[in-house]
Design a protein around this ligand. Sequence first.
Ligand code: 0GY
Length: 294
Amino acid sequence: MTDEYRPFHPNPKVPDFKPPAGAVDAHCHVFGPAAKFPFAPERKYTPVDAPKEKLFALRDHLGFARNVIVQATCHGRDNTALVDALEASDGMARGVAIVGEDVSDQELARLHAAGVRAVRFNFVKRLVDATPKEVFLRIAERITKLGWHTVVYFEAQDLRDLAPFLAELPGIIVVDHMGRPDVVDGPDALDFRYFLQVLEAHPNIWVKVSCPERLTVAGPPYDDVVPFAAKLVEKFPNRVLWGTDWPHPNMKSHMPDDGALVDFIPRIAPAKAQQQALLVDNPMRLYWPEESNK
Ligand code: 0GY
């Protein structure tokens, strides 16, 4: 484990908010166990093991039905732990993989059979070495043919540079963690207004209203993040997703109580219809379209 790496909360509360039936945690990870699924040599951090059994137990504890498990950079392009979790989920988990340009069609087909429905492109400099955008575009062309989409992780100050690339990406694009705004200046600051403009101009861009614990300056209960997430839910009710981000890699300030994170949901999506779209209809449409009637 990297020095100062914080383990996930050992016993989160049972949330006061009860998610609607069939709710999806659309952003979470599995890490290791390292003895079985070693971390990638090129990783920038070494987390604590966060195996699938713990993830599925947390899902049940929080009142969720399904997970979207996102490959994290500490496992690099080796999606073995992800596939292992998907295959153990009885169809109740889908995956977002990390692949290189050298990935074979057979490997993509194998990932699809396991439940992978997207690839993740990461632009956060502390997490990855840069990949040329042309490489990402070539990967995107290939995975779109499988009906997959892309998930992108970047920080707010990089969006202006990335916007032309996003405009070129085919298919649906999901932005992690609200595009990581700096919450100090509030939702009317230039960077966040620009993010809203990008979303308005590109109806194929979706957004995860996740990670108040990462974005907050004030700390729990994350009052300073509410206006950002609430605005996105209100303006784009049919293209927002929510996730715990368990086991919360690289959290420095504190480790969130996952039950308290679930209690954050009605503060950003106060109406029942918003909660149903955010937690059930939107993720089902994207990750389980064959079971979705929306
Ligand atoms: C997250 C956030 C982080 C890490 C990763 O792939 C990753 O390693 O996504 C982070 O450190 O901000 O979504 O888990």
